[in-house]
Write a protein that binds this ligand. Structure first.
Ligand code: C2E
Ligand code: MG
Ligand code: MG
Ligand code: MG
Length: 277
């Protein structure tokens, strides 16, 4: 500490920036290796119907099993994967893995809708692998309706015509669409109808406070009411307590996801959970 303070502000800053750049380079190198050595996998978090408390859907969430650092969360590597275009290969892996899980669910005689997060960058690729997804599903005898594509409001901000077109194609093919982290970005309302949205996902930031803060509860109630008026269903994220579950149920929310019900889990654990669902 004393040593750092003794340095000139300039020197301190530049060594800090160099450290940042170096750690970014290390992460990028590791990320490339991870892709070659298949260190990624999907975890699945159940989404339950608030009324019946049965699992009706799940969200696929990517994890990186780093050989030294252990399980790494997506917030730590998705941004870099997006900047470096590694997200495209990753996105194909995510889709293929999700299909594999859906196929296994079907084979066990169950039904479930599976959500995948699709990065805005994936919509901008020159060769459009998104257009192959529909065929890929047909090969496996799966329906596009079984997949929910989760996008964030940011996708439509300054979207190129290509992005809009690809999104329209996907929904026309039958893929369901969810607007993730609803209410945290901008212009969400304008895009709700323009896109063929099926679900809005109320962000955890709103759910967190509902048991002790009237305003948060009022915001959730308003979002639920508005969504229903528009013919959309609502998934609340980050439900951690019984009180939050009850309040959202009373507010008419359709689905819930959060540690109160289940944490994200490996494929086998999800399949086991579904057998006594
Ligand atoms: P998201 O899509 O909004 O996913 C929900 C996040 O909330 C997940 O974090 C989940 O583990 C966490 N969560 C769910 N319930 C609770 C709860 O009750 N309490 C708390 N504290 N957290 C809860 P995760 O898995 O770390 O993912 C973070 C974000 O990374 C995701 O936010 C999504 O934007 C992105 N992401 C995850 N997987 C993928 C992926 O396969 N592709 C892309 N492009 N992005 C992904
Ligand atoms: Mg999501
Ligand atoms: Mg639709
Ligand atoms: Mg979210």
């Amino acid at each position: 500490q004393a040593k750092q303070q003794g340095r000139s502000g300039y020197a301190f800053f530049s060594s800090d920036m160099r450290e940042q750049a170096e750690s970014r380079m290390r992460l990028l190198k590791d990320l490339r290796i991870a892709q070659q050595e298949h260190q990624f996998c999907l975890y699945y978090q159940p989404i339950i119907s608030l009324k019946t408390q049965k699992i009706e859907k799940a969200e696929a969430l990517i994890r990186w099993q780093h050989p030294e650092k252990g399980l790494i969360r997506p917030d730590e590597f998705i941004p870099l994967a997006e900047e470096t275009q590694l997200i495209h290969k990753m996105g194909e892996f995510i889709f293929t893995s999700a299909c594999d899980t859906l196929r296994k669910v079907k084979d066990s005689g169950k039904h479930m809708q599976l959500s995948i997060n699709v990065s805005p960058v994936q919509f901008t690729s020159k060769h459009c692998y998104l257009s192959k997804w529909h065929k890929q599903l047909q090969t496996l005898n799966l329906n596009a309706q079984d997949i929910v594509i989760e996008i964030t409001e940011g996708l439509m901000m300054n979207a190129q015509p290509r992005t809009q077109k690809r999104l329209t194609t996907l929904t026309a093919q039958g893929f369901a669409l969810a607007l993730d982290d609803f209410g945290t970005g901008y212009s969400s309302l304008a895009y709700l109808k323009q896109m063929d949205t099926d679900y809005i996902k109320i962000d955890k930031r709103f759910v967190d406070g509902i048991a002790d803060n009237q305003d948060d509860l009022a915001l959730c109630e308003a979002m639920i009411m508005m969504a229903h008026q528009l013919g959309l269903q609502v998934i609340a994220e980050g439900i951690e307590t019984y009180e939050q579950h009850e309040l959202l149920l009373q507010a008419g929310c359709d689905f819930g996801q959060g540690y109160y019900y289940a944490k994200p889990m490996p494929q086998e654990a999800l399949l086991t959970l579904l057998t006594d669902n």
